[in-house]
Design a protein. Sequence first.
Length: 144
Amino acid sequence: MSPPAAPPVADSKPPTTLVPMAAAGVAPRLSAGPSLRLAGASLPHAALGDATHGTADGESSLMVDAVRALRRDRDPARALALAQLALDRYPHGAQVEEATAIGMEAANAEGDSTTARRLAERYLTNFRSGRFADRALQIVSPSR
């Protein structure tokens, strides 16, 4: 009599687990390609990636990229375009106050006083006692 056959050996690799880019702390990168015109700045379509389709992660990714563009990269045009995109995509999002503030600051740094003033007025209308109200007031009334 022959010994019983050994059970088949399972693949020793664990199953692959997919983690969304935002959950893994990876922000989408901009790449060359067709671009979208926003507020006088060019923004590649790659910046719109899957992360921007109706999720808080998409809003957060846009805001992280906008802050980096303004603070680290010293690129106010890109920061403004990303902030405007966040405001357009997430008009009732959790970071509307921040998007408006980054937008007004970026427009001001870019020398676009019309857009800076419009965003500052919008900020004061919606967040009169907000964290960035002093900055908005400076933009609206530069002589103060």
